[in-house]
Ligand binder design. Structure first.
Ligand SMILES: CC(C)(COP(=O)(O)OP(=O)(O)OC[C@H]1O[C@@H](n2cnc3c(N)ncnc32)[C@H](O)[C@@H]1OP(=O)(O)O)[C@@H](O)C(=O)NCCC(=O)NCCS
Length: 173
C-alpha cells in the first residue's frame, strides 16, 4: 500500500450489514495517541478478540510504543466520547529483511460492537499519515492465513501481497 489507497471501497463484504449508517461512528470518533489510562480498555478489547487477558504484555507494549516518544513509533486509539473503541500499533523499521525503511502495522483492533462503522479505516488512515510524516511511503503488515476478517479489511484498504514470504521451523531439538 502506498500513499494512495487504490483498493479503498473495493471488495465490500457480501452478506453482512453495517451496524449503523456509513460514516456515523467514524465521524464521531477521534483518533489520538494512547494514554496510560486507556490500558484497561485496550486489554479488554484485546481479550474480547483473543480470549486472553495479557496485562503485563500490554504494559510493556505501552512502555515501548507510547511512553518513549521515539519517532516512528505509533500507538493510537479511537476515542468515541471518552470511550476507547479501537486501537492500532506500528512503527517505522529501517532495513529489516533488506527492505528500505517502511511502516509496519503490528496490531489493529476495533471492539465488536463498534465494527463496520469505518473506525478501522480511520485508525489505519491515521497510522499511515504518521508513517508518511516520518518519511516513509510504504506500509506492511503480517496476518494469520486463516484470519479472513483482517485479510478482508486490509484488502479493502488497498493492501496486497508483498515481495516477502514468512518462513519458520521448530527449534526445540
Ligand atoms: C478488522 C477490523 C479492524 C475492521 O474494523 P472496522 O471498524 O469494522 O472496519 P471498517 O468499518 O473501517 O471496514 C472497512 C472495510 O473492511 C472490510 N471489512 C470490515 N469488516 C468486514 C467483514 N466482517 N467482512 C468483510 N469485510 C469486512 C470491508 O471492505 C469494509 O468496507 P465496507 O464496509 O465499505 O465494505 C475489525 O473487524 C477487528 O478488529 N477485527 C479483529 C482484528 C483482529 O483479529 N486483530 C488481531 C490481529 S492484529
Amino acid at each position: 500500500m502506498g500513499a494512495t489507497r487504490a483498493g479503498r471501497g473495493a471488495g465490500s463484504g457480501v452478506g453482512r450489514r453495517r451496524a449503523r449508517s456509513e460514516g456515523d461512528l467514524a465521524a464521531a470518533v477521534a483518533v489520538r495517541p494512547v494514554r496510560r489510562g486507556d490500558l484497561d480498555r485496550i486489554i479488554a478489547i484485546d481479550a474480547t478478540v483473543t480470549g486472553l487477558e495479557k496485562r503485563s504484555y500490554w504494559r510493556s507494549i505501552y512502555q515501548r510504543y507510547a511512553a518513549t516518544a521515539e519517532a516512528g513509533r505509533q500507538f493510537l486509539v479511537a476515542d468515541s466520547g471518552g470511550r476507547v473503541v479501537g486501537f492500532v500499533i506500528g512503527e517505522v523499521r529501517d532495513w529489516e529483511f533488506g527492505s528500505p525503511p517502511c511502516g509496519w502495522v503490528f496490531a489493529i483492533n476495533v471492539q465488536p460492537e463498534a465494527r463496520l462503522g469505518g473506525v478501522g479505516t480511520r485508525l489505519l488512515d491515521a497510522i499511515c499519515a504518521a508513517f508518511r510524516r516520518a518519511g516513509v511511503r510504504k506500509v506492511r503488515t503480517m496476518l494469520s492465513r486463516d484470519n479472513t476478517l483482517i485479510l478482508s479489511f486490509f484488502r479493502s484498504q488497498g493492501m496486497m501481497a508483498g515481495p516477502f514470504i514468512p518462513l519458520e521451523m521448530d527449534i526445540d531439538h
